[in-house]
Design a protein around this ligand. Structure first.
Ligand SMILES: NC(=O)C1=CN([C@@H]2O[C@H](COP(=O)(O)OP(=O)(O)OC[C@H]3O[C@@H](n4cnc5c(N)ncnc54)[C@H](OP(=O)(O)O)[C@@H]3O)[C@@H](O)[C@H]2O)C=CC1
Ligand SMILES: O=C1O[C@H](COP(=O)(O)O)[C@@H](O)[C@H](O)[C@H]1O
Length: 497
C-alpha cells in the first residue's frame, strides 16, 4: 500500500488524546504549546479533546490554569490571543489516576464512552511504567482496536530492557499503532534532509564514498541536566542523545533511497544503516571515542556549576555528559568515510548541525597555498537557525587578485527564504502525524533495538576499560581529546556557518 504524505488533511486529525504524565516537564514545556499552536492554526478539528492524567489532586479548572501558566512561558505573547486560548482550554479535562491499578482507569473509560473518534494515548511518563499502563488500559476496557499509543525515548536502558518494554507494549498494541517519538525526526531541517537528498539529482549522484570524504554531526547543548539528575545520571549522554537522536541523523544521511515515502520503506533503509555501523573493538575504543564530564565554568558570562555540583548529584559519578566518536557505516556506499559525531551538555552555544565534506578535485590547478580550501561543504543547520548552506569556491573579485579563490556560501536561510511561515516545533508536526495516523516520522521497534545493540557494545567496552570521563569546563567544546581525535586525521570540527 502506498503511503501518501498529504500536506494537511485536517479532517483526518480528529482524536481523543489521553495524556499520561500531564503535569510533567515534557507535557508542560513541549506538548501543550504544540497542541495550542495546532489549534490556533486550525489543525485541530472542533471535536478533538484532551484528557490530562496524573497522580496529583487537581480539578479541571486548576489544570487549565496550570496549562495557561505553562503556555505563557513558552508561547510568544503575541501568539497567545484570548480567543485561541479560550478555545484550546475548552478541550482540556483532567483526571487523577492511580496508574498502577485497573480500577484507577475508570475515568478514562467513562470519558471515552460512546466517543466515535480514535483515542491517542500519549505516555509522557518514565518508560519503566509503559507496560503497566498499556495492560491496565486494556484490562479496564478503555481501548478499542483503533487506539494508538505514543511513547517517548529512551525506551529502556539497554537492548534487554528495551525488548521487555517493547514486548509489554506489543502485548496490547500492534506495531502499526505504536508511535515511538524521536523528536529530532520532527525538526523542519531533518525532514528537509530527505527532500534535499532524494529530490535533487545534484546531491543524489554525489552521495557516496567516491565524492564525500567525511561527515560531521554536532549536537551541542548549552543547558546542563536541568534538574533531571535522577534520570540523567542513570543514562548519560550516549543513551540520552546518541542512541536515538544522533543515530537517527546518521540513518537519514547514510540510508539508501527508499522506494517511496511509505513509513516502512523509509524505516527498512534506516535499519540497514544501523546494522552496518561498525562496532568499536580493541584499540579503536580508546582512539576513536572520547567521553567527557563538565566541571564548573562560564556560559554567556554566567557562572554555572559542574556536573558533580548539580542538585541531587553524587560526587562519585562517572556518567558522561559529552561524547565524541569516529564511526563508519561499513557498506558499499560509505566504506572508508568517517562519521565524526559529538554531543555534549554545557557547550558554549546551542548548535546542531551536519556537515558533509566533499572530496577535493582529483587535479588541483590553483594557488598551492589555498589547497586546504579546495573542497565543497554542505552544511545542514538544525538549530538554532534552520537552514542549509553549500560552501563553494569562487574567484576573489578585484584586479589585483588574479585567480585567488574565495570560499563563500550559497545560503538558504529558512526564516528569510520563507518569511511568512513560522517554523513549527518538532512536537507540533509529530502530534499532527499521530493524529493523522501516519508513522513515517516515528521509530520502528527494530530500529530502537539495533541502535541499542550498537550502543551496548560500546558501553560494555567502556565498562571493561573502567576509565573515568575526561573533564571539560562548562562553556568549552568538550575535552581537548575530542579535538585531537579529529585533528589526528588532518581535519577539524567545523564551527562556522
Ligand atoms: N522532559 C523532556 O524534555 C523529555 C522527556 N522525555 C521522556 O518523556 C517522558 C516524561 O519525561 P518528563 O516529563 O521529563 O518527566 P517528569 O518526571 O517531569 O514527569 C513524569 C510524569 O510521570 C509521572 N510519573 C513518574 N513516575 C510515575 C509512576 N511510578 N507512576 C505514575 N506516574 C509516574 C509523574 O507524575 P507525578 O507528577 O505525580 O510525579 C509526572 O507526571 C520520559 O519517558 C522521558 O524520558 C523525552 C525527551 C525529552
Ligand atoms: O531528548 C532530549 O533532547 C534534549 C535536546 O533536545 P533539543 O531539541 O533541545 O536539541 C536534551 O536536552 C535532553 O537531555 C534529551 O533527553
Amino acid at each position: 500500500m502506498t503511503h501518501e504524505i498529504s500536506p494537511l488533511d485536517v479532517s483526518s486529525t480528529e482524536v481523543d488524546l489521553a495524556l499520561f504524565g500531564a503535569l510533567g516537564d515534557l507535557a508542560l514545556r513541549k506538548l501543550y504549546p504544540a497542541l495550542y499552536y495546532l489549534d490556533r492554526e486550525g489543525l485541530l478539528p472542533s471535536a478533538t479533546r484532551v484528557l490530562g492524567l496524573a497522580r496529583q489532586e487537581y480539578d479541571t479548572a486548576a489544570f487549565q490554569d496550570r496549562v495557561t501558566e505553562a503556555l505563557k512561558q513558552r508561547v510568544k505573547a503575541s501568539d497567545l490571543d484570548k480567543e485561541s486560548l479560550k478555545r484550546f482550554l475548552a478541550r482540556l479535562d483532567y483526571a487523577k489516576v492511580e496508574f498502577a491499578t485497573v480500577e484507577g482507569y475508570e475515568p478514562i473509560r467513562a470519558w471515552r464512552e460512546g466517543a466515535p473518534r480514535p483515542m491517542v494515548v500519549y505516555l509522557a511518563v518514565p518508560a519503566s511504567i509503559y507496560g503497566a499502563i498499556c495492560r491496565n488500559l486494556q484490562d479496564s476496557g478503555s481501548l478499542d482496536d483503533k487506539a494508538r499509543v505514543v511513547v517517548e525515548k529512551p525506551i529502556g536502558y539497554d537492548l534487554e530492557s528495551s525488548q521487555e518494554i517493547n514486548d509489554a507494549i506489543g502485548d496490547v498494541f500492534p506495531e502499526s499503532r505504536v508511535y515511538r517519538i524521536d523528536h529530532y525526526l520532527g525538526k523542519e531541517t531533518v525532514q528537509n534532509l530527505i527532500a534535499l537528498r532524494f529530490a535533487n539529482p545534484l546531491f543524489g549522484t554525489q552521495w557516496n564514498q567516491n565524492h564525500i570524504s567525511h561527515v560531521e554531526i554536532t549536537v551541542a547543548e548549552q543547558v546542563g541536566i536541568e534538574g533531571r539528575w535522577g534520570y540523567f545520571d542513570q543514562a548519560g549522554q550516549l543513551r540520552d542523545m546518541v542512541q536515538n537522536h544522533l543515530l537517527q541523523l546518521v540513518c537519514l544521511i547514510a540510508m539508501d533511497p527508499p522506494a517511496n515515502l511509505d513509513a516502512d520503506a523509509i524505516r527498512d533503509e534506516k535499519v540497514k544503516v544501523l546494522k552496518a555501523l561498525k562496532p568499536f573493538t580493541g584499540e579503536a575504543l580508546g582512539r576513536d571515542v572520547v567521553r567527557g564530564q563538565y566541571t564548573a565554568g562560564t556560559i554567556d558570562g554566567q557562572s554555572v556549576p559542574g556536573y558533580l555540583e548539580e542538585e541531587g548529584a553524587n560526587t562519585e559519578s562517572h556518567t558522561e555528559t559529552f561524547v565524541a566518536m569516529k564511526t563508519e557505516v561499513a557498506n558499499w556506499r560509505w566504506a572508508g568515510v568517517p562519521f565524526y559525531l559529538r554531543t555534549g551538555k554545557r557547550m558554549p552555544e546551542k548548535l546542531s548541525q551536519i556537515v558533509i565534506h566533499f572530496r577535493q578535485q582529483p587535479h588541483y590547478i590553483f594557488d598551492p597555498d589555498q589547497r586546504s580550501l579546495a573542497a565543497n561543504k554542505l552544511i545542514i543547520r538544525l538549530q538554532p537557525e534552520e537552514g542549509i548552506a553549500l560552501q563553494v569556491l569562487t574567484k576573489d573579485s578585484g584586479l589585483d587578485k588574479g585567480m585567488r579563490l574565495r570560499p563563500g556560501p550559497l545560503h538558504l536561510d529558512f526564516n528569510s527564504a520563507f518569511p511568512k511561515s513560522r517554523i513549527p516545533d518538532a512536537y507540533e508536526r509529530l502530534l499532527l502525524e499521530v493524529m493523522k495516523g501516519q508513522q513515517y516520522l516515528f521509530v520502528r521497534r527494530d530500529e530502537v533495538e539495533y541502535a541499542w545493540h550498537w550502543c551496548d557494545q560500546l558501553i560494555a567496552g567502556w565498562e571493561a576499560r573502567g576509565a573515568p570521563p575526561r573533564r571539560y569546563p562548562a562553556g568549552s567544546w568538550g575535552p581537548v581529546a575530542s579535538i585531537a581525535m579529529i585533528t589526528q586525521d588532518g581535519r577539524s570540527w567545523y564551527e562556522d556557518y
